[in-house]
Design a protein around this ligand. Structure first.
Ligand SMILES: Nc1ncnc2c1ncn2[C@@H]1O[C@H](COP(=O)(O)OP(=O)(O)OP(=O)(O)O)[C@@H](O)[C@H]1O
Ligand SMILES: [Mg+2]
Length: 94
């Protein structure tokens, strides 16, 4: 498969709250190689949980592309997303 276990390409996640648009992620790109130990750090509200929810296939990006183990997740159906959540991603919540 891919040399990168996680890859984000220009990912945006906007939340519409009434008349406002909250740009939680506004064009994030990253590549995490297989076997890497990576920490995502940033101040409260900088979008860490938003990004983790996208990587974990628990949420859908407003735009951009997300690859998990070389598979683009954008167009997957619920059963395919469930397979990734079950087999590829483990979460320990804070
Ligand atoms: N469901 C939502 N609806 C509207 N705005 C949201 C929603 N979830 C997050 N946000 C906003 O998106 C931005 C990023 O939030 P997020 O929770 O991803 O940050 P975080 O880095 O995980 O913060 P923390 O360190 O406090 O956990 C914040 O401005 C937050 O208020
Ligand atoms: Mg958080």
């Amino acid at each position: 498969m891919s040399e990168h276990v996680i890859e984000l390409q220009d990912v945006r996640r906007f939340y519409v709250v009434g008349d406002f648009v909250v740009k939680a992620l506004d064009g994030v790109s990253l590549k995490i190689p297989k076997g890497a130990f990576t920490a995502i750090m940033g101040p409260s509200g900088s979008g860490k949980s938003t990004m983790m929810n996208l990587i974990g296939c628990l949420d859908t990006a407003t735009s951009g592309y997300i690859f998990i183990d070389g598979v683009m997740t954008n167009d997957l159906d619920e059963a395919e997303l469930a397979f990734i959540r079950n087999q590829k991603i483990g979460f320990v919540f804070q």
